[in-house]
Write a protein that binds this ligand. Structure first.
Ligand code: ADP
Length: 461
């Protein structure tokens, strides 16, 4: 086992990793930007190194500064968390060349799954269903029009290097396709330094169902069942639950087997997530693999009792999975997570950074809160707007909803705007209560609000 790990992240995930390390008897090193000098992860770690000014390019994405911090503090391994450098194959390679273990998959697996177009092709070859569309970058508008005509509208333009919903455009007709192609390419170039985009059929009534994978370097691969992440704003998750109300055991087995197959196609090791879209008729299609721990990993931990971050660390240290047989993976109850973001739901979820003056965290039976916030904490404009993740566990879905409702009532974060009110609305919705949710749930819920979802606008063009 490692004796010291550097946590190359901030916010709640840095705390999550530090906590796992502490319970495992592993020392930790936090890194922080000048703007984060007062952040909880800095205090909770055994050591802390400032790696640069606030902008991410000079701090949390600054590879030379992070490697120097790792060398000065003499760590054995780096845990990248999610976001930042977690899916950067080049960073994983540099770690390897400096004899520092990267807690994640091998660089070649990150690379194979990092290009979403190539990933689709890789898994398609081993028999995993994928959405109809292009397997090469779209060259120009004529090619785009030809493809869309073949697969029929609506279509979606996606960035090959995509993530966080950026570079993605839904197109219902030719006019929209031509204008969206240029903006998507431009956005992809700006966000990822790679303008390659591809086109696939847009599945209007679909659910986002993803499978948590764990794989060790001894050839053991299991899945920890699914999460339903259909409740999204701007194609980004807002509320997740495990298990999915729309997946029965027959479908779970089928999708789980496919998820394991997809991971094995790249000899995957460590924790990862296979994402699928599930249509109304029960057909499912691979959309991408995330080669890191997910934001929403906690709800899977609640229903399986498996600590995914500890498993990641053990796998990277060369140990075997604690549970190696698929039918031995525990499954109990129901868990739901609300992402508590500093955002204004009434203003198209625009980020609302600022200082938290009053803060009261919920607690009690069935509640798990992963957050770095407190009274006096300032949500900074430089980083993502997540304040924390409120999770509720119950013996069944109804119980989990009740725990979540009462804990949202207890949760006070003022005066900044947060997603707490919209979560209360979601939980009240009869469609949500019945588990009849598709990825268009939020735009529909907000249908009467002044700012309609971008895709709703797109339909009119
Ligand atoms: P990112 O990597 O940017 O998060 P994903 O490929 O994971 O992008 O897709 C994010 C979300 O966008 C999905 O959960 C889904 O809601 C929507 N989406 C992506 N592709 C399609 C598609 N072909 N049809 C319908 N919705 C899609």
């Amino acid at each position: 086992m490692f004796s010291k790990i550097l946590v190359a992240n901030r916010g709640e995930i840095a705390l999550r990793i530090i906590r796992a390390c502490r319970e495992m008897g592993v020392r930790t090193v936090a890194i922080y930007s000048q703007a984060d000098a007062d952040s909880p992860h800095v205090y909770l770690a055994d050591e802390a190194v400032c790696i640069g000014p606030a902008p991410v390019g000079q701090s949390y994405l600054n590879i030379p500064a992070i490697i120097s911090a790792a060398e000065i503090t003499d760590v054995d391994a780096i845990h990248p968390g999610y976001g930042f450098l977690s899916e950067n194959a080049h960073f994983a390679e540099i770690c390897e060349s400096c004899h520092i273990k990267f807690i994640g998959p091998r660089p070649d697996a990150i690379r194979s799954m990092g290009d979403k177009m190539a990933a689709k092709e890789t898994v398609r070859k081993v028999g995993v269903p994928t959405i109809p569309g292009t397997t090469q970058a779209v060259k120009d508008k004529d090619e785009a029009l030809k493809i869309a005509k073949k697969i029929k509208y609506p279509v979606i333009i996606k960035a090959a290097a995509g993530g966080g919903g950026r570079g993605m455009r839904v197109c219902h007709n030719e006019v929209r396709l031509v204008s969206a192609l240029m903006t998507a390419q431009h956005e992809a170039e700006k966000a990822f330094g790679n303008s390659a985009v591809y086109i696939e059929k847009y599945l209007e009534k679909s659910r986002h169902i993803e499978f948590q994978i764990l794989a060790d370097s001894h050839g053991n691969t299991v899945h920890l069942y699914e999460r339903d992440c259909s409740i999204q704003r701007r194609h980004q998750k807002l509320l997740e639950e495990a298990p999915s109300p729309s997946v029965d055991w027959k479908l779970r087995k089928k999708m789980g087997d496919m998820a394991v197959k997809a991971a094995k196609a790249v000899n995957y090791t460590n924790a990862g997530t296979i994402e699928f879209l599930l249509d109304e008729d029960g057909h499912f299609y691979f959309i991408e693999m995330n080669t890191r721990v997910q934001v929403e990993h906690g709800i899977t931990e609640l229903i399986t009792g498996i600590d995914i971050v500890k498993e990641q660390i053990r796998i990277a240290a060369g140990e075997k999975l604690s549970i190696r047989k698929q039918d031995k993976v525990p499954f109990r109850g129901h868990a739901i997570e609300c992402r508590i973001n500093a955002e204004d739901p009434a203003n198209n979820f625009a980020p609302c950074p600022g200082r938290i003056e009053r803060y009261n965290a919920p607690g009690g039976p069935g509640v798990r809160l992963d957050s770095h916030a407190h009274a006096g904490y300032t949500v900074l404009p430089y980083y993502d707007s997540m304040i924390g993740k409120l999770m509720a566990f119950g013996r069944n879905r109804g119980e989990a909803i009740s725990v979540l409702e009462r804990s949202l009532e207890e949760f006070v974060i003022e005066p900044i705007k947060t997603t707490i009110p919209i979560h209360k609305e979601i939980l009240k919705s009869p469609l949500f209560r019945r588990g009849q949710v598709y990825t268009d749930f939020i735009p529909r819920l907000l249908g009467d609000w002044p700012d309609k979802n971008l895709d709703e606008e797109a339909k009119k063009t």
